[in-house]
Design a protein around this ligand. Sequence first.
Ligand code: ATP
Ligand code: 9VF
Ligand code: MG
Length: 275
Amino acid sequence: KKEKVVKPDYTPAQKKRITTLLSPADDLSSVKELPPFKELETELVKKRKQDLRHMYEKDRRHQLAQLERDISLFLIEKGFMEVRTSVLIPAKFIERMGITEEDPLYKQIFRVDENTCLRPMLAPGLYNYLHNFDNIMPDPLKIFEIGTCYRKESDGKEHLEEFTMINFCQMGSGCTRENLLNVIDDLLKYLNIDYEVISDNCMVYGDTIDIMHGDMEISSAVVGPIPQDLDWGVNKPWMGAGMGLERLLKVKHKYTNIKRSSRSISYYNGITTNL
Ligand code: ATP
Ligand code: 9VF
Ligand code: MG
């Protein structure tokens, strides 16, 4: 006969504190009788301090920074050239991306002043490089950027208002769905992340190939060309994909909330700093 799990009546604030202190490795579901709040809190605080001291002793790498380095080296090895463009972009780039007032993304833009906003995506910077490098580099041209993007978001566990995107793209020959899916497959195998491919569409690109881990989108991939390429002075076939680094970390470390993998003063490598 199954024994009843005795749940002490923690207050909502106490539940929240315990949740914050838990690491994905902790498994309270097998615990038959949970201890009083103060006892459990003390035990978890002690464990999390040990975890942090262990990181300081043995590793010292920030997981978001390290993931950026890993992806960067992987893509450079695959022939993609790294670029870094501005986080502050001209507001006119938003229109030029084809983001109109009807596009849900339009209202999500952080505007800095009349002519400037924070980039919600990396595509404008990449478009500029595709145009400028077209008659300098051999065919195909392969570039990528990794960096923070900003969007006003209302929805919680998978969305950050400040997040890190990797966007790689290739222009010229070899820009097929098959080649695109191969790059994504190589990258996600290298990162040890399971995924499924589904079709979707958005206002900017039309049809997209979405890469999912369960219910969460980890990447949107597109095979061009598309009409608005001409507004950027781009007139060759292309393929590209954008992927969120904090979502990759959420999957890799089984975080229940994406905040654990974000730029933060509240968490260090997924562990609360409020100890
Ligand atoms: P969603 O539908 O989940 O809001 P999206 O389709 O608007 O995402 P894209 O514009 O396709 O997002 O951006 C490419 C990738 O960047 C996404 O697949 C996701 O991994 C990541 N990403 C987008 N928005 C966010 C966000 N607010 N927080 C964290 N990651 C994000
Ligand atoms: C793929 C998703 C238009 C040739 C410079 C590169 C892409 C989807 C990227 C991202 C975005 N697009 N969130 O474009 O690789 O830009 O919406 Si380009
Ligand atoms: Mg998408």
